[in-house]
Design a protein around this ligand. Structure first.
Ligand code: DQA
Length: 147
């Protein structure tokens, strides 16, 4: 039996990593990101599944389906971070410990990126560490199960 099962959810345009604004998001692709997190979880005996969508409703569906199936959610809602009360409500509905991740340091970017509807609900918010932020989120869950 694995230590735990995590769901990694990425929102709109994260599939464009590598092409998209490399000066902000780096050169790695979405597949590179998944491989990095997958290998890290494997080392730690954690089961992990990945989901990326450009559609808000699909993200809500995957969160709802996580109910009773996952021990933790790592989510980068991308631009929906700043707009979506529906994603917040879905996270609240399933009530699975959640960590918010952003590749860039949104706190140092445009005013319209300063709002995060999910932040207050999430156990932790990690931003500005590039892909490593997702590994830091995995570490958070490892520490959580040790407690
Ligand atoms: C992002 C930051 C958001 O403001 C932006 O809309 C994204 C990516 C990040 O990972 O840094 O698409 O969530």
């Amino acid at each position: 039996m694995s230590l735990m099962k995590l769901l990694v959810v990425n929102g709109p345009n994260i599939n464009m990593l590598g092409i998209r604004e490399p000066e902000v998001y780096g050169n790695g692709t979405y597949i590179d990101l998944c491989n990095l997190v997958d290998n890290y979880c494997r080392e730690k005996d954690i089961e992990v599944e990945f989901f990326q969508s450009n559609h808000e409703g699909d993200i809500i569906d995957i969160i709802q389906n996580a109910h009773d199936n996952f021990d933790g959610i790592i989510i980068n809602p991308a631009a929906y971070t700043h707009t979506s009360i529906a994603i917040l409500d879905a996270l609240k509905a399933v009530d699975i410990p959640t960590v918010e991740v952003h590749i860039s340091d949104v706190s140092k970017r445009e005013d319209y990126r300063q709002v995060s509807f999910i932040r207050d609900y999430c156990k932790k918010s990690i931003m500005g560490f590039g892909f490593k932020g997702y590994l830091m989120a995995v570490d958070y869950f490892v520490e959580l199960v040790k407690k």
